[in-house]
Design a binder for this molecule. Structure first.
Ligand SMILES: Nc1ncnc2c1ncn2[C@@H]1O[C@H](COP(=O)(O)OP(=O)(O)OP(=O)(O)O)[C@@H](O)[C@H]1O
Ligand SMILES: [Mg+2]
Length: 250
């Protein structure tokens, strides 16, 4: 019994130290007429399982571009990306779709809930795409809604909820597939400061439970809640370190 526990502990320690995201000299270059826009200009970044990283930077600095590459929604112009040790560049569209579905939960500023579907149906969607059967889908989606405290509202439509509640539904949708990675692009961008704090506390709790979280924000007070901060300016990393060291340079 004690043996098993030690083994389990060792396994979880190894798991948290493993690189989940490895970006090596990533460029995303847009050719706009005669001009080159270097949205990502040589970014190298490793994020391990269990981390909670905030990506900060001014508007237009390249945060969403980087997030789209990390989420395998877009491909870099140049550079290597390994997700869970796998080279993303050699994956087929089908494999990419599967990875997005199984490994990554996305949270967006504008929630992206479908207005005609009730909360349960919205949360079920990624599971539907992943080919999970009806009964299991229902069960997992309800469990996910319960996790964000909205199980009793499962019949409601998104527009019957407050902004903070809608964001919690989108978090439930991101969690339903049990992803290894949660990517959030300005998750509190449309919320007032109190509701932002609630959503943030929820993300922190998910991280404490072992989820890896990468969150974009332009708000330093939000970034200070993460454990590590990566700052981007003009497509380049200008700071990468512990949140305490980031706080010291503000
Ligand atoms: N499809 C595109 N075609 C041309 N230029 C683009 C494209 N997408 C992004 N860019 C440019 O790349 C740069 C980085 O954009 P990105 O969306 O990554 O910024 P951001 O840091 O997320 O900004 P924000 O905080 O305003 O969301 C910007 O200069 C933008 O205009
Ligand atoms: Mg953006």
């Amino acid at each position: 019994m004690a043996e098993l526990t030690r083994e389990a502990q060792a396994a979880s320690q190894i798991a948290t130290g493993q690189p989940l995201i490895e970006l090596k000299d990533i460029y995303k270059i847009y050719q706009m007429g005669d001009e080159e826009v270097r949205a990502n200009d040589g970014i190298s970044l490793t994020i391990c399982r269990g981390e909670f990283v905030a990506i900060v930077g001014k508007s237009g600095s390249g945060k969403s571009t980087l997030m789209n590459i990390i989420g395998a929604l877009d491909v870099p112009t140049k550079g290597d990306y390994f997700l869970g040790g796998e080279d993303v560049a050699v994956m087929s569209d089908k494999q990419l779709a599967r990875i997005r579905n199984k490994m990554i939960g996305f949270i967006f500023q504008q929630y992206n809930l479908l207005p005609k579907l009730n909360l349960l149906e919205n949360v079920e969607l990624p599971l539907l795409y992943a080919g999970v059967g009806t009964a299991e889908r229902r069960e997992r989606a309800m469990a996910s809604l319960a996790k964000v405290g909205l199980a009793e509202k499962w019949r409601n439509l998104p527009n019957q909820l407050s902004g903070g509640q809608q964001q919690r539904v989108s978090i439930a949708r991101a969690l339903a597939g049990n992803p290894s990675l949660i990517l959030a692009d300005e998750p509190t961008g449309a919320l007032d400061s109190r509701t932002s704090r609630d959503v943030l506390n929820f993300l922190k709790q998910l991280n404490e439970e072992g989820n890896t979280i990468v969150m974009i924000t332009h708000d330093n007070s939000i970034a200070l809640e993460a454990r590590r901060v990566v700052r981007i300016a003009d497509g380049k990393i200008t700071f990468d370190g512990d949140v305490k060291d980031y706080a010291a340079i503000l």
